[in-house]
Write a protein that binds this ligand. Structure first.
Ligand code: UD2
Length: 382
């Protein structure tokens, strides 16, 4: 009798232990999932990030999916939860391209800055390789253009040529800021490409428009673009693409050398803001290059930081009744002097129909159109 009671006790004890440890195991498993849902739930910034988050909470998620979670990049206090980090340069196996040389390359121009980032010219990259690398990330690229007043007439040629040459086969959204949405043309777009029209007020002075680009870009990134893109370019609308403008232009911050000052101009002759009263002031003896404000771009959060800073600087100036000599271009140059770009693009990335093309510019990728300044601007002039 005693013997059989003891047996029953052991059996009950074993069943209970099995149940208890089983429940503990299940609980630990779930609580880990809970932590990852919680962390990710707060972070996704783009649609793709949201897709990745749901991949992680999916019970079938593979180890690879789990590792992606670690790609949370914190830069300047901003959390970007993404599938990739900007520094990754992954490429698929089996891609066919010419073997790179350590001996041959451009020798007529400098293709590196003195802070050791690429200075991009035709012949310094392989389009097949560089596009393949960036395509693995499937980035969304925003192009911000303004077409206020009579500048809407430039939209069609810009958009049509952009479709032929600008980051072809990438995800691109053109954000057209205009005071007259009726004038935005219907343009045939490639797949994964669209136009988003944002209405802004017109202006009495062209200076207001060009300077206002920093303000409107800041607001639009905060309200909309941040959820839709990974990279952002700011571009002038009175220009046309003529040749490939590809992934070689992408980096954390990419700026284009102004065609007028890239070759033999002493830094003291750059048209920087020279009045100390302006926040855009750069003293003589300082400066690397003179960058154009007609084409520049970068990683969305870095661009946001830049446009927001320049907007604040312009506001500061306006309180003191001063406007920088070349408006937003002056503020951009000041910013880029002390926050170096991570790629410098040669004037191939913005030439001008006003000027002859010299021998070192092997390819004109975009060119500014000739326009009648007096006729097209609300307050004339140049
Ligand atoms: C130069 C720069 C430009 C800007 C400006 C500041 C080049 C090629 N461009 O251009 O980036 O720094 O100087 O002075 O060096 N816009 C309108 N409506 C207007 C006026 C301007 O939509 O009434 C927009 C439009 O997108 C245009 C851009 O602002 O492309 C720049 O204005 P611009 O083309 O009149 O300036 P521009 O040629 O002096």
């Amino acid at each position: 009798m005693l013997h059989s009671i003891c047996r029953i006790h052991i059996l009950v004890y074993l069943t209970f232990s099995l149940f208890f440890f089983g429940a503990l195991y299940v609980f630990i498993g779930y609580s880990n999932s809970f932590v990852s849902i919680f962390q990710l739930g707060n972070l996704p910034k783009t649609k793709d990030d949201a897709i990745i988050s749901s991949a992680q909470i999916n019970q079938n998620a593979s180890l690879k999916d789990y590792v992606l979670k670690e790609d949370v990049v914190t830069r300047d206090g901003v959390n970007n939860c993404g599938r990739w980090s900007i520094e990754e340069l992954k490429m698929q196996a089996g891609l066919k391209y010419a073997q790179p040389s350590t001996q041959k390359g451009r020798t007529d121009v400098n293709s590196v800055t003195n802070w050791n980032v690429p200075l991009v010219w035709e012949g310094t990259f392989d389009p097949v390789v560089i596009d393949a690398i960036y395509k693995t990330m499937h980035p969304g690229v925003a192009v911000v253009v303004f077409a206020i007043g009579k500048y809407t007439r430039f939209l069609e040629a810009f958009l049509e040529s952009g479709e032929k040459y600008f980051l072809v086969d990438f995800r691109v959204t053109y954000y057209v800021f205009t005071d007259n949405k009726q004038k935005v043309p219907q343009v045939k777009l490639g797949s994964n490409r669209k136009i988003s029209v944002i209405t802004v007020p017109g202006a009495q002075r062209w200076q207001e428009v060009v300077l206002g680009r920093m303000k409107w870009a800041t607001i639009a990134i905060e309200n909309q673009i941040r959820n839709e893109a990974d990279y952002l370019f700011m571009m002038d609308i009175d220009s046309v693409f003529h040749n490939r403008f590809g992934a070689e232009s992408l980096s954390r911050l990419s700026a284009v050398l102004h065609r007028g000052y890239y070759k033999n101009t002493h830094r003291d002759k750059f048209p920087y803001e020279r009045r100390p009263q302006s926040t855009a002031y750069i003293p003589a003896g300082e400066g690397d290059y003179y960058y154009t404000a007609a084409v520049w771009g970068g990683y969305l959060e870095d661009m946001y930081k830049l446009v927001k800073h320049c907007y604040a600087q312009a506001e500061e100036d306006s309180k003191k009744n001063i406007e920088a000599v070349w408006q937003e271009e002056s503020h951009l140059n000041k910013y880029l002097l002390y926050n170096k770009p991570t790629k410098v693009l040669s004037p191939e990335y913005l030439w001008s129909d006003y000027d002859k093309v010299p021998a070192d510019i092997k390819v004109v990728r975009i060119s500014q159109l000739v326009k009648d300044y007096k006729e097209v601007r609300p307050n004339g002039g140049h």
